[in-house]
Design a protein around this ligand. Sequence first.
Ligand code: ATP
Ligand code: SF4
Ligand code: MG
Length: 401
Amino acid sequence: MAKEKKAAGYLTGKEIRAIAKENRKITKRLEAYKNRKAEEAEFLTEMKNPENILEIEDLHTYFFTEQGTVKAVNGVSYDVPKNAVVGVVGESGCGKSVTSMSVMRLIQGPAGQIVEGAIRFKSWEYKRDEKGQPIAFGDGYEMVEKIYDIAKMPIHEIHRIRGKQIAMIFQEPMTSLNPVFTIGEQLDEVTFIHTPGATKEMAKAKSEEMLRLVGIIPENVYKAFPHELSGGMRQRVMIAMALAAEPRLIIADEPTTALDVTIQAQILDLLQDIKNKIDGSILLITHDLGVIAEMADYVVVMYAGKVIEKGTVYEIFQDPKHPYTIGLQKSKPTMGLDDSTELYNIPGNVPNPIDMPDHCYFKERCAMCTKKCSGDYPGMVQLSPTHFVACHLYEEEKENG
Ligand SMILES: Nc1ncnc2c1ncn2[C@@H]1O[C@H](COP(=O)(O)OP(=O)(O)OP(=O)(O)O)[C@@H](O)[C@H]1O
Ligand code: SF4
Ligand SMILES: [Mg+2]
């Protein structure tokens, strides 16, 4: 019986207790690091490429569970250039959201922890005096650019960027809006938090401007409560709230999944429109390849906690290299948004995230694998200045010239 349980992946009480003890040891250390007091110099850094606004490098975010360590994000690297839309695509559970939640430092501890890697972000903020007050300059305030390593920031410093410099649009807007405050109150609050000395009139004017920007007539909505609005309107309000802080980066995680098809198209048109109006970048996470084809400049393909291919939208759609990305093309995205372009379901399963193999994680589902694929996990091969793939097939190509 014990043997059968073992084979089925059951753990004994003793094994669970040993894992729990080890987890406590690791997470205690990581929580202490997260909550430490630190001089700013400790989490300031430099961008590798000054054209980027965000650089994620070798990020590892794990969940320390009783069953073992879930390596949800296992060495992810990708960049978001200035004024660009980067689309992240991949099957459910591959780590898209955990990566973006790591950027926002919203991973729930003690179980969830960033254990390794850098998240470099170019912040544009008020210059402050020794007392922490913004320094007046002309009609406004003096500004300064700082590069933070978000992964190293103590958690109590994250207010410098969360919501202000980086805003997030979630899948289900009702859970992000507060049901007891009007839309106007919630929008005004964003300005109060992020603009020193903002008056009620200034905040209201800004809120109304943002509502207009997302195609809402403010008179109809400013005094309304969230439950009085439709799903599509609420999502527009969420986008208005994200924009009110004038962020440099918007993370939109499945922003249209909860909406019906016509509203989805409207919201995407809106995001497209906003992309052209704001001086910022969008990180767009979606299952929908059609949306990526329509909106993104660059595409990151994730699989089982890793990036397996990345490149420009042209490279990924016209010249996909990884067998998984090639498989995805079977969902035949069209440049219009009318067709359903959910990811094609490639037969087979992703390996157990607690017990990943040493070889390529796609091997069991890959129709193109060779002898080499039983060896180490493939490294990233660079195919062009922007196109990268993690697959042994291309290492061979390079070796053979
Ligand atoms: N709190 C948690 N505890 C344990 N495992 C977690 C937790 N949150 C996420 N995970 C695991 O992390 C992995 C990545 O999850 P993530 O939410 O990033 O996937 P995703 O790519 O966003 O998927 P989807 O497309 O379904 O939104 C999954 O295996 C998931 O089960
Ligand atoms: S490394 Fe091998 S198994 Fe993995 S995707 Fe490439 S060909 Fe397939
Ligand atoms: Mg997700």
